[in-house]
Ligand binder design. Structure first.
Ligand code: G3P
Ligand code: CA
Length: 308
């Protein structure tokens, strides 16, 4: 069974603000040999699509806000345009999170893969969320990586719907490499690649065996050893797990010989955060990282009564 690193002088953190607790301090205290391992008690908190409860998902504004809230781990979704540019967007159509229906009314169903990068760059990806974010754009992966790097953040990169984009794994790794994200520091401490597709995760592991990867889903316990052959983490929807299942994952050694980990999604309230923390998850992926961090840090420091 994997034992998480103990928090060093946890009490010393008590006087710090949530911002310092959740982000900068985590980064500073992380074990460089174990990506994602925190130096604080409680699960690592990942800002899902950025701080997407408060800013338009997968935009640069969403990761900037995560940074300002003190969170260094951000999650995103990567897809590909008609002319082969990798872009950061969750849905395989542009309709929900941009003004594409107004800008290109005759291009229904507005699939990402049917638009060029130049066309997508003209879209407003912020107004749908709030008028104050008007003018936010769908970032290219390169633009996104540059901003994460500038913010000194870390990235949980999801290859989204890889079945729509043949070769996207190799292309994503190529962009990561060109942007300086496959050096030793990033590979060990700053990058995890995940997908709902077993084929995609297996492909990434085959191309870059040194990278930490995660499979999104909840395999049956009996099937977990098959996943352990090519990935390090199993990242399930929080409603699908139990303490026994988490324990079964922890009991296996993953592709890099370390105990497998569990980062669960999408948990946006304190009660559920404390529930999955009680199951022993290693990370929580959330749209509201401040809410979750506040909930889990209290339990981690033995302050459950004060964490409400
Ligand atoms: O990181 C986990 C989560 O992003 C998976 O679901 O649909 O939000 O990409 P989805
Ligand atoms: Ca995602």
């Amino acid at each position: 069974m994997y034992v998480r690193p103990a928090a060093a002088a946890a009490a010393a953190f008590l006087g710090l603000t949530l911002t310092a607790l959740s982000g900068t301090a985590q980064a500073a205290a992380a074990d460089p040999g174990a990506p994602g391992a925190p130096g604080l008690p409680g699960p690592v908190v990942y800002a899902h699509r950025g701080a997407s409860a408060y800013a338009p998902e997968n935009t640069l504004a969403s990761i900037d806000l995560a940074m300002r809230l003190g969170f260094d781990w951000v999650e995103n979704d990567v897809q590909r345009t008609k002319d082969g540019e990798l872009v950061v967007i969750h849905d395989d159509t542009l309709a929900r999170t941009t003004d594409v229906e107004q800008a290109f009314p005759d291009r229904k169903p507005w699939r990402v893969k049917d638009f060029t990068a130049a066309e997508i760059a003209t879209l407003d990806a912020g107004s749908w969320f709030d008028a104050s974010f008007a003018g936010a754009r769908v970032p290219t992966l390169r633009e996104y990586l540059d901003r994460v790097q500038r913010n000194r953040q870390r990235l949980l990169l999801e290859i989204k719907k890889p079945e729509l984009y043949p070769g996207i794994e190799e292309q994503t790794l190529h962009v990561l490499d060109e942007e300086g994200w496959l050096d030793r520091d990033h590979v060990r401490r700053r990058l995890v690649v995940q997908s709902f597709s077993t084929d995609s995760v297996r492909t990434v592991h085959g191309l870059r065996p040194d990278l930490v990867t995660a499979f999104l889903g909840t395999p049956a316990v009996a099937d977990l050893p098959k996943y352990a052959a090519f990935t390090d983490r199993i990242n399930p929807w929080h409603t699908t797990i139990s303490a026994d299942w988490v324990s079964a994952v922890h009991g296996l050694r993953g592709a890099h010989g370390r105990a497998m980990e569990v980062d669960t999604w999408i948990v946006d309230d304190a009660v559920t955060a404390r529930k999955v923390q009680g199951m022993g998850v290693d990370g929580i992926i959330t749209n509201a990282p401040d809410v979750v961090q506040r909930a889990v840090i209290g339990i981690g420091l033995g302050l459950g009564a004060f964490a409400r």
